[in-house]
Write a protein that binds this ligand. Structure first.
Ligand SMILES: NC(=O)c1ccc[n+]([C@@H]2O[C@H](COP(=O)([O-])OP(=O)(O)OC[C@H]3O[C@@H](n4cnc5c(N)ncnc54)[C@H](OP(=O)(O)O)[C@@H]3O)[C@@H](O)[C@H]2O)c1
Length: 331
């Protein structure tokens, strides 16, 4: 048995490609005092990873050249010299794009899987689910009868945002790419409607589906879609800035909103957040999301791709949209 790791080889300009990464085989590491060895069973592929390889100041330091690519993971403890982890424990953490990892427990937590597939703990019952929970409930305080618009609606975060919006009694309109995804958003996740931004006019779609305007916009994508939503914002409207995936591979950086004066005209607010700042409340979100899931009120999909050698191509599926729900790699 040997370890395989994906390391950052060079910083990309625009989209990543095979030369961005080194795929390296080596020894399985031994845990030292206060450490455990984990077999990584699933690796989370997240749009934010594209930002982590830019050499710029952000909420987290960039991944260094030659370092194992940072990523969320779920796996099983194989050996432990750590007082809080024992062999067989399921661990969710940030152990990187590799088959085996040694950890001192930083940025890790143990979880009971309740017999559910482990990959769900990287999606609806993990970081993206927590992002939806705090980014919607804490930032926008949705009320019954309000109109909520969610972009990236077929994705890991957006699909959960819309379903929580429905639980809270909102009218929920999604925005997603292509007829298949829009159908899934309405039929499987229970949104009231979904606008296909790849084939339809988003501005007209919002006019049709939000005749009384938008009370809350949950933004996963930025760019023109953010501008269209700002253009229909209601008095005291709230915009939760979760992400701006449309700009992550742009060499000019993300596009600034042109319609921001809509916030002034409507006494609205736009607020960004980082899920990691809610770390102390993760268990609150996990418990509530788990209860909704057990009650059949929350659904999720995962696309699982096998093989670390596929990482360079699989990673870019986040930006082409060639996946359904949460994208996960099985090493
Ligand atoms: N603030 C935080 O703490 C936090 C935490 C987690 C995630 N996020 C952000 O939340 C957003 C969604 O993340 P996720 O995990 O749910 O990813 P995801 O939706 O599962 O995957 C990304 C999706 O974005 C859509 N997309 C790609 N390029 C696009 C473009 N140019 N315009 C519009 N849509 C595009 C694609 O779906 P379509 O096929 O529908 O185009 C793609 O499948 C990202 O911006 C991410 O960075 C923020």
């Amino acid at each position: 048995m040997s370890n395989t790791q994906v390391r950052l080889k060079e910083r990309p300009v625009g989209m990543t490609n095979a030369s961005t990464w080194d795929i390296v085989n080596g020894e399985i590491p031994e845990p030292g005092d206060g450490e455990f060895l984990c077999e990584v069973e699933y690796i989370s592929l997240d749009p934010a990873m594209r930002g982590w390889i830019n050499d710029v100041k952000s909420y987290i330091p960039p991944v260094g050249l030659g370092q194992v690519m940072r990523a969320g993971t779920v796996g099983t403890v194989l050996k432990s010299n750590h007082p809080e982890y024992k062999e067989g424990d399921t661990v969710v953490g940030t152990l990187g794009v590799q088959k085996y990892a040694v950890s001192n427990g930083d940025f890790c937590y143990k979880t009971d899987t309740f017999g559910l597939p482990k990959e769900k703990f990287l999606g609806v019952l993990g970081m993206p689910g927590f992002t939806a929970y705090f980014g919607l409930l804490d930032i926008t305080n949705p009320q019954e009868g309000e109109t909520l618009v969610v972009s990236g609606a077929a994705g890991a975060v957006g699909s959960v945002v819309g379903q929580i919006g429905k639980i809270r009694g909102c009218k929920v309109i999604g925005i997603a790419g292509g007829p298949e995804k829009c159908k899934m958003v309405v039929e499987d996740y229970g949104f009231d409607a979904c606008i296909d931004y790849k084939n339809d006019d988003v501005r007209l779609g919002l006019k049709e589906h939000c005749p009384k305007g938008i009370d809350i916009y949950f933004d996963n994508v930025g760019g023109d879609i953010l501008d269209h939503c700002l253009g229909r914002l209601n008095f005291k409207g709230r915009v939760s800035i979760c992400g701006a995936i449309s700009g992550y591979n742009s060499t000019d950086g993300p596009q600034a909103p042109k319609n921001y004066l809509s916030l002034l005209i409507n006494s609205g607010k736009m607020e960004g957040f980082i899920v990691f700042n809610y770390r102390d409340r993760y268990m609150e979100a996990a418990k509530q999301l788990g209860e909704w899931m057990m009650a059949g009120k929350l659904k999720s999909k995962e696309t699982v791709i096998e093989g670390l050698d596929t990482f360079p191509d699989t990673f870019n599926r986040l930006f082409s949209g060639n996946k359904m729900g949460k994208l996960v790699l099985k090493p």
